[in-house]
Design a protein around this ligand. Structure first.
Ligand code: IDP
Ligand code: MG
Length: 151
C-alpha cells in the first residue's frame, strides 16, 4: 500500500555534511521524495514532535539538540515507506545499528543519531502535519517507477 513517512536529517547530519548521503540512500532504495525543507526547529515544534518522550530523562537534551541548528525535513513515499525508511536508518542507538544503515555507518551515540523516521503510519501523518501542514507534499509521476514497483 502506498504510504508516506516523515524523515528528518537532524542538526548533526546537516553540520557533518551528510545531507546528500542520507537523501541518496533513500533515493537509491526506491523511495520517492515528495517534500523537502531546510528549516530551524523551535522549542515549541520540538516539544510537539517529541511529546511522547516528554517525561524521559533525555527529553531536555533531545529538545536542545534538535533545536541547535538547521534540519532537513522531508516526506518520502513508497509501499511500506515507514518500515523501509526506518530499516535504511538502522536501530535508534548507532551502537546497535547494522553496518550498511545510516546510523550504523555514521553514528556512535544515541543522542547524535543523524536521522529521524516516523515509527508508524499514524505517527507519520501526525509529524507530516506538524512540519508541513496540509498539502505539503507534491503529487508527481516518476518515470522509473516501472523499474521499482511491480504492477
Ligand atoms: P527513534 O528516533 O529511533 O524513533 P525514539 O525512541 O523515538 O527513537 O527516540 C527519539 C530520539 O531520542 C532518538 O532518535 C534519540 O536521538 C533520542 N533518544 C532516545 N533514547 C535515548 C536515550 O536513552 N538517551 C539519549 N537520547 C535518546
Ligand atoms: Mg521515534
Amino acid at each position: 500500500m502506498m504510504e508516506r513517512t516523515f524523515v528528518a536529517i537532524k542538526p548533526d547530519g546537516v553540520q557533518r555534511g551528510l545531507v546528500g548521503d542520507v537523501i541518496s540512500r533513500l533515493e537509491r532504495r526506491g523511495l520517492k521524495l515528495v517534500a523537502m525543507r531546510l528549516m530551524q526547529v523551535d522549542e515549541d515544534l520540538a516539544g510537539r514532535h517529541y511529546s511522547e518522550h516528554v517525561s524521559r530523562p533525555f527529553f531536555p537534551s533531545l529538545v536542545s539538540f534538535i533545536t541547535s541548528g538547521p534540519i532537513v525535513a522531508m516526506i518520502w513515499e513508497a509501499n511500506n515507506a515507514v518500515a523501509l525508511a526506518r530499516q535504511t536508518m538502522g536501530a535508534t542507538n548507532p551502537g546497535d545499528a547494522s553496518p550498511g544503515t545510516i546510523r550504523g555507518d555514521f553514528g556512535v551515540d544515541i543522542g547524535r543519531n543523524i536521522v529521524h523516521g516516523s515509527d508508524s503510519p499514524e505517527s507519520a501523518e501526525r509529524e507530516i502535519g506538524l512540519f508541513f501542514g496540509e498539502g505539503g507534499a507534491l503529487d508527481y509521476a516518476r518515470s522509473a517507477d516501472q523499474w521499482i514497483i511491480e504492477s
